[in-house]
Design a binder for this molecule. Sequence first.
Ligand SMILES: [Zn+2]
Ligand SMILES: [Zn+2]
Length: 90
Amino acid sequence: MNHTCSKCDSVWGGLNTAHCTACHHTFSGITAFDKHRSGSHVTGRFCLTPTEVGLVDSGRAYPCWGFPGGEKFWNEGDTFNEPAYDNRVI
Ligand SMILES: [Zn+2]
Ligand SMILES: [Zn+2]
């Protein structure tokens, strides 16, 4: 099952995958997601760039940030269908 964002053209799969509605990066899980959020609830939360906090491309079929050497394997039941780009008129 694919997930999409209403504000950008990101597409992702997976039950634990997290998409940030502030900076529109996609993360392999809530732990990776939390890592790129900084600040406090008093002064305001903000996003850091994924590379800045040590996250790497998790090697999925779509842009997704995860921890180096981990979380490549999806949970059982997680699927992702390649978007049918072939039919797209460029
Ligand atoms: Zn963000
Ligand atoms: Zn988005």
